[in-house]
Design a protein around this ligand. Structure first.
Ligand SMILES: C[S@@+](CC[C@H](N)C(=O)[O-])C[C@H]1O[C@@H](n2cnc3c(N)ncnc32)[C@H](O)[C@@H]1O
Length: 302
């Protein structure tokens, strides 16, 4: 089964449409890092921490937001396409990107103040990732794992009003299309349990679970469709159906692709329900909320 992040097309979709993280989320993580540092160092807090390692960094969505707090930042991702995109977009001279895995983080022992995993830990071999985190963290270093749920969508304004009802419709439809695809059961079941098992598996007695943090952002229908398209569930579904069509000797036209693509079906249904067929998706403004779970820990043991 294809993992959504591996192709260049998906890297482009990630870079364009994956959401960022609110200031609240950044504050929760950095307050923990600062508090832990104070507790263990008992000295004056340094103005900037030394090293952030962002594992599963993608094209740098979270890396850039946390970078101002660190003297050096290393983004690590298993996908060469994601690393290429991250390097191309990088505007910060203290941020470096390197291909590598969560199970073998390409960083020496005892160097990181924070190991971050933003919307990526559900792909990792967690016991191996936690062992590696313990190895690369300084004595007083922290782990932060940011875990999202599916988005709630609400249009900003519609020709016929009733934004709340139409938002509920689109939110349900989004979820339905994600779960109509072909996906890894284990990965997609984490949000249902609010990432409690990802938290419980962290080998530390000094850990904090911050639940139901609201990540709010403004977006467009185009971005929401792009986000759905970037899910491995919808990509796997498309690949599988196209393979069946090729085997059956069918000609692969763009109409055929659109009729199979779950994100295109979502787009068409939302356009019809919201009565916005004559408006470009990029001009349809939506408010989006995602529940986030923030898992924080220090003093990891093997
Ligand atoms: C949904 S993206 C998240 C990207 C970014 N951190 C963000 O906040 O949007 C998940 C990322 O995890 C990476 N990934 C998946 N498995 C990995 C592994 N075992 N080691 C390192 N990175 C991995 C993927 O290549 C992908 O870029």
């Amino acid at each position: 089964m294809l993992r959504g992040f591996e192709s260049q097309a998906i890297t482009d979709l990630y870079a364009k449409h994956r959401p960022g993280y609110s200031q609240d989320i950044i504050n929760i993580v950095m307050d923990y890092v600062k508090a832990t540092n104070k507790l263990t160092k008992s000295g004056q807090e340094e103005s900037k921490f030394e090293l952030l390692v962002d594992v599963g960094c993608g094209s740098g969505q979270a890396t850039n937001l946390f970078a101002p707090f660190f003297q050096r930042v290393k983004g690590v991702d298993i996908s060469s396409n994601q690393i290429l995109e991250a390097k191309m977009q990088n505007k910060l001279s203290h941020v470096y990107y390197v291909q590598g895995s969560a199970e073998s983080i390409p960083v020496p022992d005892n160097v990181a103040d924070l190991v971050l995993s933003a919307t990526s830990a559900y792909w990792f071999d967690l016991p191996k990732f936690y062992l590696e985190t313990q190895r690369v963290l300084k004595k007083n270093g922290c782990l932060a794992v940011l875990c999202p749920c599916l988005p709630r969508i609400e249009p900003s304004s519609l020709p016929l009003g009733n934004e709340v009802e139409m938002g509920k419709y689109a939110t349900k439809l989004f979820e339905k299309h994600v779960f109509s695809g072909v996906y890894n059961e284990k990965v997609y079941s984490y949000p249902v349990r609010k990432y409690k098992d990802v938290f419980e598996a962290i080998p530390s007695d000094d850990k904090v679970y911050v639940g139901d943090v609201n990540n709010y952002y403004q977006s467009t229908l185009e971005c929401i469709v792009g986000q759905l398209k970037s899910f491995d569930s919808t990509q796997n579904h498309l690949e599988q159906k196209l393979k069946e069509c090729r085997t059956a000797g069918m000609e692969i036209t763009s109409d055929l692709v659109n009729s199979i693509d779950l994100s295109e079906q979502f787009r068409q249904k939302v356009n019809a329900a919201w009565k916005i067929e004559d408006v470009a998706d990029a001009e349809v403004l939506v408010n989006v909320e995602t529940d986030m779970y923030i898992l924080l820990a220090h003093n990891l043991h093997g």
